[in-house]
Design a protein around this ligand. Structure first.
Ligand SMILES: [Zn+2]
Length: 425
C-alpha cells in the first residue's frame, strides 16, 4: 500500500447539475493494488496507517488523470498546420500524413510518439481515432499497452470522397474491424471503437457494416465526426437527403456508446435525438478555433440534456494538453457572450476528467474517490516559473485550479499514474 500526500482536487459529480469541486489542501489517499481504499486529511490517514510508505506530492496539485475523448493518432506530426478550413486542411495536410501509415514501420514510430505525447500531458484515458490501416491500429494498441494507457480505438473506415489509398470496401472493413476487435477489445485496458471517418466519406453500405461490427462486439464504442463545418454539412445533406446526426442514427449508430466530435452547427431536432439516445458530443475548442469551424453552442447542448465531454482533436487541435483545451473551451464560451456558458475551474476540471470517463463508460476512473483506480496527474511547476508564482498567490483552492488551467503546460506535469503505477515523471 502507498499513502499519497498532496493538494487534491476533483469533481465527483456534474457541476452543470449542482456538483462542486472537492479539494483537500493537505490530503491523503491510501492506494492498494492500484485502487483508492481510503481518502481524507493526510494527518488522519497517517495516524491510522503509520507504517505505509508515503508518496509525497506536495507543491502543486494532484488531479485525476485526464480523459481525452477525441484525438487522432496518425496526426501527431502535423499539429500546427494553421490557417485552413476543414476540407482543405484534410486534403492538404491530414490525409497525406494518414496515407503514410500504410508503412507499418512508420506507423510504429508514430504510435510511440503519440502515446508519449498523451502520457506527458497527463492524459491517462483516451478515445483515439485510429488509422485507415489495420497494422497501424495494432501498432497503436501495442504502444498504448507498453505505456499502460486506457485506450479505446479502432480501424478508421471510408469508401468515398477520400484519396484512393484510404478507401476500403464495406465487406473488407467489416472483416478487418472484427479481426482487430477480437485481438484487442477487452485486452488489458484496451477496447475497440467502430470508427467511420465521417458519414461524408461513407456509403450507406459502409455505415451498415459499422452497425454490424458494433452489434458483434459487446462493449465497443462508436465514434465519428458530426456538424463540424458548414460546407461539409451541406455536402452530407445533399448526399443523404437528411441531417448529419440522422446519417448515423438511421443505421442505429447513435446510443449511449456513441461519441461524436464537434457538433458546432446543430439544430434543435438533432440535439433532441442526441439527448434521447444518451450520446456524447466531444467538444474540441482548439480545433474549432484553429480551423475556423465555429463557436460551440454548449448552452443549447446542456439545455437539451446532451452529454458533453472534451477532446484535443490533435492534429486539427493544437496540443495534447487537456488543461489548454479547457482554457480554450473557456475562451469560446466567453466569446459567445450571453449565449455562452460561464466555465469556471470546477466545470473545466469536470470536462477534462469525470465527464470524459462517463462518456467512455469508464466507471473505474474520473475522480479520486474511494473505490476508483488511482489514475492521477501531478502538476508541479518549477520554482518561480510562470505558473508557480500565480499558483503560490491563489486566493482559494478553486482559484488555484483555475490558475493551473490558465498557465500549466506538459512541462509542468511532474508525474502521471495509472492503476497506481507511475507511467511518466
Ligand atoms: Zn477529429
Amino acid at each position: 500500500m502507498t499513502l499519497v500526500r498532496g493538494f487534491l482536487a476533483d469533481t465527483p459529480s456534474d457541476p452543470f447539475r449542482g456538483g462542486v469541486m472537492r479539494t483537500e489542501s493537505d490530503g491523503g489517499l491510501l492506494v492498494r493494488d492500484g485502487i483508492i481504499t481510503a481518502r481524507g486529511g493526510f494527518a488522519v490517514l497517517q495516524q491510522e496507517w503509520p507504517q505505509e510508505p508515503v508518496l509525497d506530492l506536495r507543491g502543486g496539485v494532484v488531479l485525476p488523470g485526464f480523459v481525452d475523448t477525441h484525438v487522432h493518432f496518425p496526426q501527431v506530426r502535423i499539429v500546427g498546420s494553421l490557417g485552413m478550413p476543414l476540407l482543405d486542411w484534410l486534403q492538404q495536410r491530414a490525409l497525406p500524413e494518414e496515407a503514410r501509415l500504410a508503412d507499418a514501420a512508420y506507423a510504429n514510430v508514430v504510435a510511440t510518439e503519440f502515446v508519449t505525447g498523451l502520457a506527458r500531458a497527463g492524459t491517462t484515458s483516451a478515445l483515439v481515432f485510429g488509422a485507415h490501416f489495420p497494422d497501424a491500429v495494432s501498432a497503436l494498441f501495442e504502444a498504448a499497452e507498453r505505456v499502460g494507457l486506457r485506450v479505446t480505438s479502432g480501424l478508421v473506415v471510408s469508401d468515398l470522397v477520400l484519396r484512393d489509398d484510404l478507401l476500403i470496401t464495406p465487406e473488407l472493413a467489416r472483416q478487418e474491424s472484427l479481426t482487430l476487435a477480437r485481438r484487442w477489445h477487452g485486452h488489458g485496458r484496451l477496447r475497440y471503437a467502430v470508427t467511420p471517418r465521417f458519414s461524408l466519406s461513407c456509403t450507406d453500405a459502409m455505415l451498415a457494416s459499422c452497425a454490424d461490427v458494433l452489434d458483434a462486439v459487446p462493449g465497443a464504442l462508436f465514434t465519428s465526426h458530426v456538424n463540424e463545418n458548414p460546407v461539409e454539412i451541406a455536402q452530407v445533406r445533399t448526399r443523404f437527403g437528411t441531417g448529419y446526426v440522422d446519417s448515423y442514427d438511421r443505421h442505429r449508430l447513435v446510443g449511449r456508446h456513441t461519441v461524436l466530435a464537434h457538433n458546432v452547427h446543430a439544430d434543435d431536432a438533432e440535439l433532441r435525438v442526441l439527448a434521447e439516445r444518451g450520446a456524447v458530443v466531444a467538444h474540441c475548442p482548439s480545433s474549432n478555433s484553429g480551423l475556423g469551424s465555429g463557436l460551440f453552442p454548449m448552452r443549447r447542448h446542456l439545455e437539451q440534456g446532451v452529454r458533453v465531454s472534451l477532446g484535443t482533436d490533435v492534429g486539427g487541435g493544437t496540443s495534447f494538453s487537456m488543461l489548454r483545451e479547457g482554457l480554450q473551451a473557456f475562451f469560446v464560451q466567453q466569446l459567445l457572450g450571453p449565449a455562452g456558458v460561464p466555465l469556471g475551474a470546477t466545470e473545466l476540471l469536470w470536462l477534462a476528467t469525470a465527464a470524459g470517463a462517463d462518456a467512455l463508460g469508464l466507471a473505474e476512473v474520473g475522480h479520486l474517490s474511494v473505490g476508483r483506480r488511482f489514475d492521477a496527474v501531478w502538476v508541479r511547476p518549477a520554482p518561480s516559473s510562470p505558473l508557480e508564482v500565480p499558483l503560490r498567490h491563489a486566493e482559494s483552492e478553486t482559484d488555484a485550479v483555475a490558475r493551473v488551467f490558465t498557465l500549466a503546460s506538459p512541462m509542468d506535469v511532474a508525474g502521471v499514474w495509472i492503476d497506481g503505477d507511475r507511467v511518466h515523471g
